[in-house]
Unconditional design. Sequence first.
Length: 202
Amino acid sequence: MIAPRRLVQQAVGSAGVNVWLALLGLLTTPYLLLHLGRAAYGVFAMVSLVSAHLSNLELGFGHATIRYLAKARAVADREGERAVLNTSFVVFLAGGATGGAIFFLAARYLATRFFQIPPELQPAAITSFKLGGAILAASFLTSFFGAALQALGRFGWLNGSRFLFGSTAALAAVGAVAAGFGLQGVLGVQPFIALAAALALG
């Protein structure tokens, strides 16, 4: 059981990370918008929008994992813990693979028909949506490990990882633009950061 003082510390730490990442987003967004241009930044936003919708393939297993894994841990039910983790991992893995595949295969349709993207930007948009599929697949693994860590009360490691990799993702996007790699450079580095975050949490 988590002591009240430790619980407060963890809540403050989580809130601090959320505030930091929000501020970082506010600081980096104008730079990205200015240097990518409105059309390219719009594609960047579309990738985030489609990812948000496809993340629903998680089917609520994040909250279920936290609840039932914590319950099993509280009564020292090791077999129950393994069952929850195994079931949840399969669901997250299947959801990530399905969502990533849908995103990847629908890239051309999204770029040329579904969204109104200028013709000269469509090739870059197709690549961006395909990269979005890879980012989405990796983020499902991150979500699984994050839910497991929450259930086990390892908030320090979770918050530290969120701070590190969230900051890295934002700063890498700025760095890619500053180096002249454009939209594809911004998104190209994100799957590696998302995968590194999943491995760190796991």
